[in-house]
Design a protein around this ligand. Structure first.
Ligand code: ZN
Length: 284
């Protein structure tokens, strides 16, 4: 783990630079020196260092665990990166599902932005890893502390740290994509992707899937579902794979199909039902 090094993959001098990241090539966790925010959202040389947040550190460890045990789920371009600071504006015109409002960190992706689904899945898993570490599985509540700006349901930005629910003991999940971002979506087909996703939905999906019910998925189960979707076995790592919960045409490389191949009907149905409940899959 490297502190105060800056995160090379998300350095962006036009936005708040630096931050924390996992560098797959070197296996390093890098906690950058630059992600410092003031309460008004401006970058500042003083104030609390965001990467001191234990959730951020645990999140980056989550990327490490996922990469080393599941494999590489990368896509050619990084999440919402784009020319001319069009961060997370590529795939929707709806401000609820972009990162324009983020002032306290990079805008490559954020908790509520519409993303290529494999990226939402990867970030959602890292959020889940942190939430799972910091919450008791048996509690009827789960709180995830998010280190960047967050949109309240009425669309008002809220400065971090943001306490966000990661389990819904009663009532439906937030279904952010379906409830807030249905309009103005753009095709991801140029990126070879037919389904989008939101990090927050994948966070709550993984948490409930792992911690609730008689058919809960262990860490190994989660890993194996992904490996099966990539390779048709549970021994090989994924290699730069685009993994989806489901696709427009379905198929045998989806997580949904893999769960059906690996587990009995009740457990595989639990995977499908929980995915749908949390709205993790948004087809185009
Ligand atoms: Zn991450």
């Amino acid at each position: 783990m490297w502190a105060d090094t800056g995160c090379p993959s998300i350095l962006d001098t036009n936005l708040v630079p630096g931050g924390a990241c996992y560098s797959a090539g070197t296996g390093a966790l890098e906690l950058g020196p630059d992600l410092i925010y003031a309460p008004d959202g401006t970058s500042s040389a003083t104030g609390r260092h965001t990467t001191f947040n234990k959730f951020v550190i645990a999140h980056e460890f989550g990327h490490n665990i996922q990469y080393t045990t599941w494999g590489n789920l990368s896509l050619p371009d990084y999440e919402c990166a784009g020319a001319n600071n069009t961060m997370c504006q590529r795939w929707t015109t709806d401000s609820h599902c972009r990162c324009d409002f983020v002032k306290t960190g990079n805008r490559y992706h954020c908790l509520q932005s519409r993303q290529l689904q494999p990226w939402a899945e990867t970030e959602g898993f890292a959020h889940f890893f942190a939430a799972n570490l910091m919450n008791l599985a048996t509690n009827n509540s789960c709180t995830f502390i998010y280190y960047k700006d967050y949109l309240l349901p009425d669309g008002t930005p809220h400065k971090p740290p943001n306490a966000v629910p990661c389990f819904y003991n009663s009532g439906p999940p937030q279904m952010w994509m379906q409830n807030k971002c249905a309009a103005g979506v753009a095709s991801m087909s140029a990126d070879g992707v037919t389904a989008g996703g939101v990090e927050w939905a994948w966070l709550t999906f993984f948490w409930e899937l792992h911690n609730r019910g008689g058919n809960a998925y262990s860490s190994n189960d989660l890993q194996h579902v992904c490996q099966w979707a990539c390779n048709g076995n549970v021994t090989s790592l994924c290699a730069s794979a685009k993994v989806f919960f489901d696709t427009v045409n379905g198929g045998n490389s989806t997580l949904k199909y893999a769960a059906g191949q690996l587990f009995g009907s009740a457990k595989s149905q639990y995977f499908i039902d929980t995915g749908k409940k949390h709205g993790i899959n948004v087809l185009q």
